[in-house]
Ligand binder design. Structure first.
Ligand code: DAH
Length: 328
């Protein structure tokens, strides 16, 4: 190795150790200062023969430039490191109370539910949170004066004194929309947020998530409805869980049932279901003489509350880390 190469190697080592501006200045003085090799050699130039002088002069110039460049680069790196002390920008934020996030319990229940239905061949259909009065109520056999509307008081928006669009009160509004756009047979679930004008309490919140189910085809039966719901509820809550139907009333199903599940020795209400009312099929452009279908709907937060033993649904949507961190 020539002495120039040795000097550059030593310089690199010294710069790698220099972590402050002051340390870099000391390195500079060691390699370019009065007592440095470069300065000493430059001082000797006049004593050399003209040929040697040119050759040596050129060599020393190259070396001097290399040293200066290395020092400039080291300075720039130091400034950059001071501006961004954390070099790995994928590291979690510094100083936050918790380093990692996790899925919200209601989202987790929704994701599990999608998976179980998808395994049964159901499509997961997206939908709008704003709905017209027609799809949310009228098309589902709930005209303006129907008392069943009372159960789902909402934030109506009127247009010229007439009910027009509203934040949907349930995901059932998608039933007729989907029927209009698709030919049977089909099996879908429609997850999404719904809104009710509720006085909040431990079991009622004004915005929550529902999962709507809709199956239409030839010869679709109530037995299939029950078998499907049993499979899904057991998939979410565990194989030991039983379900039962209680007679009920919804204008859009005939017959209608209330779905309960027996969980840890207790019967709990989960949601509503039934065979699709022929009036609804007709509103969706489907021939009720040829096709039958079933529908159901339940709340994701309610299932999460059962699954995780929550006694206050409102906790789910409060921004409280102490509560949410329990579900990591
Ligand atoms: N839409 C009802 C509710 O929000 C739930 C429901 C009941 C959905 C019966 C259905 C059904 O599809 O068939 O309370």
């Amino acid at each position: 190795m020539t002495s120039s190469e040795n000097i550059i190697k030593d310089l690199r080592n010294d710069l790698a150790q220099a972590s402050t501006e002051h340390a870099i200045a000391q390195v500079k003085s060691k390699y370019l200062g009065n007592k440095s090799y470069v300065s000493e050699q430059l001082r000797l130039l006049p004593t050399l023969s003209p040929d040697k002088r040119v050759e040596m002069g050129r060599e020393l110039n190259v070396l001097k430039n290399q040293i200066e460049n290395s020092i400039t680069t080291a300075r720039e790196e130091l400034v950059a490191a001071q501006q961004f002390p954390v070099k790995d920008i994928s590291l979690p934020g510094v100083g936050f109370p918790q380093a990692y996030g996790h899925m919200h319990p209601a989202s987790r229940v929704l994701q599990e539910t999608y998976k179980i239905f998808a395994d049964l061949g159901f499509a997961v259909v997206d939908s709008s949170e704003i709905e017209t009065d027609w799809y949310n109520f009228e098309a589902l056999n709930m005209p303006a004066t129907h008392p069943a509307r009372e159960m789902q008081d909402t934030f109506y928006i009127k247009n010229n004194g007439k009910l027009d669009v509203l934040p949907r009160t349930h995901t059932s509004g998608m039933q007729v929309r989907f029927m209009e756009a698709n030919k049977p047979p089909f099996k879908i679930i429609v997850p999404g947020r719904v809104f009710r004008n509720e006085d909040e309490d431990v079991t009622h919140i004004w915005a929550f998530h529902q999962i709507e189910g809709l199956v239409v085809g030839e010869g679709v039966s109530m037995a299939q409805l029950k078998g499907t719901l049993l499979h899904v509820v057991q998939g979410i809550l565990g194989p030991e869980v039983d379900i039962r139907f209680r007679p009920s009333y919804f204008p859009y199903t005939e017959p209608s049932v209330e779905l309960d599940c027996r969980y840890k020795g207790q019967w709990l209400e989960l949601g509503g279901a039934g065979m699709i009312n022929p009036i609804v099929l007709k509103n969706g452009g489907i021939d009720p003489e040829k096709y039958t279908g079933f529908a159901f709907g339940w709340g994701a937060e309610r299932i999460a509350a059962i699954k995780y033993g929550l006694d206050d649904l409102r906790e789910l949507w409060r921004p409280r880390f102490e509560f949410l961190e329990q579900f990591v």
